[in-house]
Ligand binder design. Structure first.
Ligand code: AMP
Ligand code: MG
Length: 534
């Protein structure tokens, strides 16, 4: 039965019921001790307009499409109207930013409305991003601009359809108000349209939620939050106990590794992997200056704030997740007290990542399984070749799949195999004879390996196309949709949302969604360079 009135949404608000609140209820900026959250009301906005909503997320909440098109929906998910069963709050967390402990951060521009339990008994926490200041806003305004909200809305849904664990986005609503942002922190503040995204996830708990309690020595509360998390989000582990704590941390390590394997598979660069942006459930969370690899370059980061150090570059994401888990382990040590158990769990991260990466690469290449004796070299050489000339990662794997090498590749077939790959190159002049020779050698080895795998061409093609997406949220595509949206035309957002629903299936008339980055987008802000200002 679909819900036809928002009032029928069933909130149980376990987070605020079971965890201690900040005694202070005035909405001023402060350090909040001995509490997991502060009660706070979203700001009122003058003229909210629904830009888009996700049918799939509405479905998770049992919402009938007619409700999603109602004024009540817009008023509610922009924060103007609070349902009687909601209990809005902002949570307290800390975190390591760019490798340094930053103390209290918290939901500075996110306000949780509560948790819905749907008809399948699934729990969904509902959170507005950009709905005004909270006690955790520090020096900032608690608001979000349209461009970053479009990016968060589209990318969370695109990631979901790609099969990458992620928070969801129910809706994107403009506020009718402007927000001042200095996009590149270079003394050029501009008034931009404001927006609110309603995010949905089983929980928004981050590594930083545990870190802040541990850093402050609030160990009873640390235990309380861990127990709550195990009971609520990891109920399959059984009742919390010293044994469960270690198993739980191990599972966090495992889920984190699985998420990173997915990022590396699709070419996603998060951009700000601070520990406050790491979900305890291994979900991709906080879409800020993220980006998608166009030409394969492990050294690339879209985040201009990180341009010097490139700490959060694509190729570094696996190591950073490990480092972040190390910070979480430190935070949990006073509770778990067994160094060895924490080390074992971290080893589980490394093992899960290693085997997950190998299987992922085998599937990307159309192999049944990863055989280290041959495939270590095969992958290493491929990843070097892909960097020798600017090679579009997404198109490369889709084109590679089209090459029939079920019987290996004869000398006479190699040239046409090379031709097949040409749509993936950005700069044809870079394709030198030396490069070609190296590529041909690799293709020959690859052909033999595929032949030995003894599978039909169509079987291999289908497997490859099931893990190598054709349509991803290319940075410039998002920017084109934003350009239109800023002029009040939301068609680009709707079209992208729709195109990214089936990222693995080639569709007639959708070629422009898989097109390589055009030259104009190389250096344009929002297409290759993004800052944290959003
Ligand atoms: P982020 O870089 O988005 O992960 O944010 C780091 C911290 O800054 C978090 O505590 C955010 O809630 C907070 N923050 C970011 N932008 C704003 C903003 N415009 N207003 C208030 N807090 C913000
Ligand atoms: Mg964040």
């Amino acid at each position: 039965m679909k819900i036809k009135q928002l009032i029928d949404l069933k909130f149980d608000n376990r987070f605020t019921k079971e965890l201690p609140a900040d005694a202070e209820t005035i909405n001023n900026r402060r350090q909040v001790f001995n509490a997991c959250y502060s009660l706070v009301t979203p700001s009122q906005v003058t003229n909210p307009t629904l830009v888009a909503y996700s049918e799939e997320v509405a479905d998770l909440l049992d919402l009938d499409p007619t409700v999603c098109k109602s004024k009540a929906f817009t008023d509610t998910f922009v924060g103007n109207q609070i349902l009687p069963s909601m209990n809005p709050y902002a949570t307290c967390y800390g975190g390591h930013q760019f490798g340094h402990w930053a103390g209290q951060l918290g939901d500075g521009r996110a306000i949780n409305l509560g948790e819905i339990v749907n008809q399948q008994n699934q729990r969904w926490a509902i959170q507005l991003k950009g709905a005004g200041p909270t006690p955790y806003s520090r020096t900032a305004d608690g608001l979000a601009v349209l461009r970053s909200s479009v990016r968060e809305f589209l990318c969370s849904e695109a990631m979901h359809h790609l099969g990458v664990p992620t928070t969801h986005a129910l809706s994107l609503i403009t506020t009718g108000e402007t927000v001042i942002r200095d996009m590149f922190y270079n003394g050029n503040p501009q008034a931009e349209p404001g927006a609110v995204v309603c995010r949905v996830a089983p929980s928004f708990t981050r590594f930083g939620h545990f870190q802040i309690l541990s850093a402050r020595g609030e160990l009873d509360l640390l235990k309380q939050l861990v127990d709550y998390t195990i009971i609520t989000d990891f109920s399959h582990l059984g009742a919390p106990s010293p044994q469960t704590y270690s198993i739980w941390f191990r599972e966090v390590c495992q889920k984190t590794a699985e998420m990173i394997v997915h990022w590396q598979r699709v070419g996603f660069v998060h951009g700000v992997m601070n520990t406050d942006n790491m979900s305890i459930l291994g979900l991709t969370i906080d879409y800020g200056p993220y980006g998608w690899l166009e030409n394969y370059d492990p050294g690339w980061t879209p985040n201009t704030t990180d341009a010097e150090q490139k700490r959060y570059r694509f190729g570094n994401q696996p190591q950073i997740a490990f480092w972040n888990l190390g910070q979480l382990a430190n935070a949990l040590f006073p509770l778990i007290k067994k160094e060895q158990a924490l080390h074992d769990a971290m080893d589980c991260y490394s093992e899960t990542f290693e085997t997950g990466w190998q299987t992922m690469m085998a599937h990307k290449l159309g192999l049944q399984a990863f055989k280290p004796s041959t495939d270590d070299d095969l992958c290493a050489e491929l990843l070097i070749i892909m960097q020798l000339v600017e090679t579009d990662m997404t198109l490369f794997y889709r084109q590679l799949a089209k090459i029939d090498c079920s019987q290996g590749l004869e000398e006479t077939q190699i040239d046409s195999a090379v031709d097949r790959l040409s749509p993936a190159y950005y700069v044809p002049e870079q394709i030198t004879p030396t490069y070609q020779l190296r590529l041909k050698q690799w293709l020959k080895t690859y052909g033999q390996r595929i032949q030995n795998d003894q599978r039909s061409h169509s079987e291999r093609l289908n497997q490859m196309n099931a893990v190598n997406p054709l349509y991803v949220l290319r940075n410039y595509l998002a920017q084109l949709a934003i350009d239109k949206a800023e002029q009040g035309d939301f068609a680009g957002v709707h079209e992208l949302l729709d195109a990214l629903r089936h990222p693995y299936t080639e569709k007639d008339g959708k070629a422009h969604y898989s097109a390589k980055r055009p030259d104009w987008a190389r250096q344009r802000a929002g297409c290759s360079m993004l800052s944290c200002s959003s």
